[in-house]
Design a protein around this ligand. Structure first.
Ligand code: ADP
Ligand code: ADP
Length: 228
């Protein structure tokens, strides 16, 4: 599903954010990415959806070599990868429905199918009744549910999340985790960078720890392992 071989990322300022990573993530796995701030977690994750390009090495996601992928193919790739951010990144002038429908409209799905599919994912995240609202009329937890609905509307094989509970209170964070569990239980691979020790130590999954741009630990059903 995701294969990285000898991946390096050196930013133009000379910082080597990722310094020789080899990893294989299978279809259906749930992987937490942990480590101190500045360790390279975001860079590692961003390379999986080609937000950043490796400066050395190969990354293959669902059979596509992202290191070699031409820029004009990136939009096609993104259709097969769902992404969830800490700050939601919903479009503020579009309704909840429109935010989710957008991903299907750009690929010119049938209007009838779009309506059915958007209501389906809204139902999955429990927010069908908020379809007509604007993002800023919703709580943070609700906005994150909408962004999760948006991430899966194209039925991607993998969902990548960068600190999805970072802006949420503990109770809301558990609700959001239950959604990711539900998505993963349907066979979708989930890769999640997180600082949430409670969650990592309670909902057990594979843990990849990154420090100074390298994987320092990779354990099935691992612990968070840091005090922060
Ligand atoms: P998927 O992850 O899509 O389920 P597979 O598990 O079948 O795919 O593995 C895809 C390919 O990656 C296989 O050829 C497998 O041998 C190879 N592979 C498995 N483990 C690793 C690893 N740790 N590093 C690199 N390649 C691996
Ligand atoms: P983490 O997600 O673990 O906090 P990052 O991947 O964001 O780590 O950052 C790893 C290192 O790369 C840090 O030293 C950071 O300052 C640097 N870095 C991140 N993004 C950029 C960028 N766009 N340009 C230059 N340096 C960056």
């Amino acid at each position: 599903m995701i294969d990285m071989k000898d991946v390096h990322k050196k930013y133009p300022n000379g910082i080597m954010a990722v310094n020789g990573i080899n990893v294989h993530i299978k279809q259906g796995e749930f992987v937490y990415v942990v480590g101190p701030s500045g360790a390279g977690k975001s860079t590692f994750i961003k390379m999986m959806y080609r937000e950043e390009r490796p400066t050395q090495g190969d990354i293959v996601v669902s059979g596509v070599n992202l290191a070699k992928l031409k820029n004009n193919r990136v939009p096609y790739l993104r259709r097969n990868i769902g992404v969830v951010f800490q700050d939601f990144k919903l479009l503020p002038t579009l309704t909840v429905y429109e935010n989710i429908a957008y991903a299907l409209e750009v690929i010119e799905e049938q209007p009838k199918y779009i309506k059915k599919r958007v209501m389906e994912v809204l139902d999955l995240v429990g927010l069908k009744h908020k379809a007509r609202m604007l993002p800023n009329e919703l709580s943070g937890g609700e906005q994150q549910r909408i962004s999760i609905a948006r991430s899966i509307v194209n039925t991607p094989k993998v969902v990548i999340a960068d600190e999805p509970t970072g802006n949420l209170d503990p109770e809301t964070s558990w609700d959001i985790m239950n959604l990711f569990e539900e998505i993963n239980s349907r066979g979708t691979t989930v890769v999640m960078a997180t600082h949430n020790r409670e969650i990592v130590n309670t909902i057990k999954h594979r843990v990849i720890a990154i420090e100074n741009g390298k994987i320092v630990r990779d354990e099935q059903r691992g612990d968070y392992g840091y005090e922060d």
